[in-house]
Design a protein around this ligand. Structure first.
Ligand code: SAM
Length: 424
């Protein structure tokens, strides 16, 4: 990720889209009395139908997009997840009952769905249904195109649920980089107490956009719901934040995460949820080491902090409080089945075997001399992908995997070594 590159120039199409999004946001802001808590702005900037970053046509994922996620980095990610899913399915099948479902939230380009179905077919552990829950209509279309490349016996298992499960189900829930895309409130410890960031109509504070109507950021005393949230976590931490964080420290609160996790688990009768994302246990997340918090904007692989830079054209995100996700799981009747780094999870789940299998496949292909240059590139890509998934400064340590289980008590292979549950 390049922090130092200047933000890109907009094409004419992008500028026209940005102007439409801005007009929509300004109108919405005025209709809401002239100020939005940051999370309300973030929800609109990311998900407003046809306009928001995830709901319109931006490329988003991969080398030519704005950021790269693990399924786009390497198929090894899907291979390892498939091994974990297959273990759970195998155990659930031993106790015959309802069909098995794999539910993927926020399936992005559909890359992980394709990888998982292929790997699970090889492992002989296909789900009866692969249900995708996706808020973005544009991404649902892209996912359908990706799924259509699969053989009919796999593609026919995929369906899109309009929201959380409405009836009891058994199986596995996956959410890769979805929690970090839920809207957050941005907070600051002020001299007079807790402050929160609002988005206001331009002219009020620092206007980032030229030409009159626009948006600006404004710190104001926090609303009661956030005061209450802060008092709750402050009281629970071994060292209260009000004592450990210097005045001026910024941080985020994702009030949407708890209800989202609980609703998603409400009808899980037996199985496991896996949440993979960048984040930390709460006691490590809120820290003097992160004086500006973890909020970031991403555009064409540039990471920056300007939330108001052309809303609709950039991703907005913050690190996940995994303690909060675990608490929501407990409230939904689940237990924590494991918590570790992405690197450790992948190694535990058999990255070496998955790598060897893919390498053998590539080497078998290389016997055709005509293809040798292309095969050399593929071998290099396989090695680079594995490195990127594992390296601490890449995805290996920043990303964590949390598992919540309900009606399922078997140990999970992905957490067999270096389970960090006691840090939550
Ligand atoms: C950062 S992308 C990750 C995409 C994909 N999982 C991957 O790893 O490439 C976030 C995804 O979550 C989706 N999303 C955000 N909020 C959601 C929600 N409440 N329910 C389902 N999907 C959601 C977005 O539309 C997008 O597909």
């Amino acid at each position: 990720m390049e922090a130092s590159l200047p933000l890109p120039e907009l094409t004419a199409d992008e500028a026209a889209h940005a102007a439409r999004v801005l007009a929509y946001l300004v109108a919405g802001l005025e209709a809401s009395g002239g100020r939005w808590p940051f999370a309300a702005f973030m929800a609109e900037a990311l998900y407003a139908p046809g306009l928001g970053y995830y709901a319109a046509g931006a490329r988003k994922f991969g080398a030519s997009g704005d950021f790269i996620t693990a399924p786009e980095v390497s198929p090894l990610f899907g291979d390892c997840l498939a091994r974990q899913v297959a273990e759970v399915f195998g155990n659930l099948r031993a106790d015959p009952g309802a069909p098995l479902t794999l539910v993927e939230y926020g399936a992005g380009s559909g890359a992980l769905a394709v990888q998982l179905l292929q790997s699970l077919a090889e492992l002989g552990e296909l789900p009866d249904t692969y249900a995708i829950v996706e808020v973005s209509a544009e991404l649902r279309e892209r996912q359908a195109e990706a799924v259509a490349t699969l053989p009919p016996a796999l593609a026919s298992r995929v369906c899109w649920w309009p929201g959380h499960a409405a009836a009891p189900w058994r199986g596995v829930l996956l959410a890769n980089e979805v929690l970090d895309a839920l809207p957050v409130e941005r907070l600051r410890l002020g001299r007079e107490g807790l402050e929160q960031l609002f988005v206001v109509a331009s002219g009020a504070v620092e206007t980032r956009l030229t030409g009159g109507a626009g948006l600006a950021l404004d710190w104001q005393p926090a609303l009661p719901a956030l005061q209450e949230w802060f008092a709750g976590i402050d009281a629970d931490l071994p060292l209260p934040l009000s004592l450990s964080l210097p005045v001026g420290t910024e941080f985020e609160a994702c009030l949407a995460a708890g209800p989202w996790v609980q609703d998603a688990l409400a009808h899980l009768a037996a199985g496991v949820a896996l949440y993979i994302d960048y984040g930390l246990p709460r006691a490590q997340l809120y820290s003097p080491a992160r004086p500006r918090g973890t909020f970031s904007a991403f555009c064409r692989h540039r990471q920056h902090e300007d939330a108001l830079w052309h809303p609709g054209l950039q991703d907005l995100t913050a690190w996940v409080d995994f303690t909060g996700v675990a608490e929501a799981g407990l409230a939904a009747g689940a237990h924590v089945a494991g918590f570790t780094t992405q690197a450790q999870f992948l190694v535990n789940a058999g990255l070496d075997a998955a790598y060897a299998a893919r390498l053998a496949g590539l080497e078998a292909g290389e016997r055709n001399a005509q293809n040798s240059a292309r095969q050399a590139l593929r071998l290099a890509a396989l090695a680079q992908g594995a490195q990127r998934l594992l390296m601490p400064q890449e995805m290996g340590e920043r990303f964590k995997v949390l598992s919540l289980a309900k009606g399922y008590d078997e140990p999970l292979v992905g957490f067999a070594r270096r389970d960090l549950t006691d840090t939550l």
